[in-house]
Ligand binder design. Structure first.
Ligand code: GLN
Length: 236
């Protein structure tokens, strides 16, 4: 049993949702690629573990971690109080904001303008939370606001182009990516009232994995690997 346990700890099963460029997407070889994939592999190289990527829906990631089918999650995932109830987060590795994608002729300039409109979001994300009317939402207060939840950001963007939704709310880097693929029809509005921190999640109480990840993250920041990957995948 000791031998098999040692073997098992050498491979970390890491969940992601490869629909969030440039952090994760399906590469030309059909495998998940992107900044996050490169970061977790670089951490593994420092800490002596191999990474096995498990690609699934974004909204299933936290639950899969809690039930133990994943050892970690890297998915452009924002640290939120709600998620902290079920998982533990590493040190933050990226600061992000939410953006609004609209058609070129739209007069929407800020989140509050989306009250009462049809908003496309990626299900279970912070963008979803930001747009869904509720007790804690001081910006989107109109209960008639129709939040349409998609499995993929790209599907929300298709709906926007088809007129199915009036706007898409999603993190800035994927938003830029999606708009750059539709330069004639779409534009980006920034309403960065709040910033978010991306971090790697592990099972609650798994300090062993957490410490390795934090240690590896620190090392790749110190040795320049992290900045190289930022330049390679995200740019300046
Ligand atoms: N940062 C957002 C969140 O954590 C979106 C992440 C994603 O869609 N991959 O909810």
């Amino acid at each position: 049993p000791t031998a098999s346990k040692a073997q098992a700890t050498d491979v970390l099963t890491v969940g992601t949702n490869a629909e969030f460029p440039p952090f994760e997407y399906i590469g030309n070889d059909g495998q998940p690629d992107g900044f996050d994939m490169a970061v977790i592999k670089a951490i593994g190289k420092e800490e002596g573990f191999e990474v096995k990527i498990s690609n699934m829906e974004f909204k299933s990631l936290v639950a899969s971690l809690s039930t133990g089918s994943l050892d970690a999650v890297i998915a452009g995932m924002t640290v939120t109080e709600d998620r902290q109830k079920s998982v533990d987060f590493s040190d933050s590795y990226y600061t992000a904001t939410q953006c609004i994608i609209v058609k070129k002729d739209s007069d929407v300039t800020k989140l509050a303008d989306l009250n009462g409109k049809k908003i496309g979001v990626q299900e279970g994300t912070t963008g979803d939370l930001l747009c869904t009317p509720g007790e804690d939402n001081e910006v989107i207060t109109d209960s008639k606001t129709d939040v349409q939840r998609f499995k993929k950001g790209t599907d929300a963007v298709v709906a926007l182009n088809n007129g199915g939704v009036d706007a898409v709310v999603i993190d800035q880097n994927p938003a830029e990516n999606f708009v750059s693929k539709n330069p004639d029809t779409l534009k980006l509005m920034q309403d960065d009232t709040s910033t978010e921190q991306y971090a790697i999640a592990v099972q609650k109480g798994d300090t062993e994995t957490l410490n390795k990840i934090n240690d590896g993250l620190k090392k790749i920041k110190e040795n320049g690997t992290f900045d190289k990957l930022v330049a390679q995948y995200i740019g300046g």
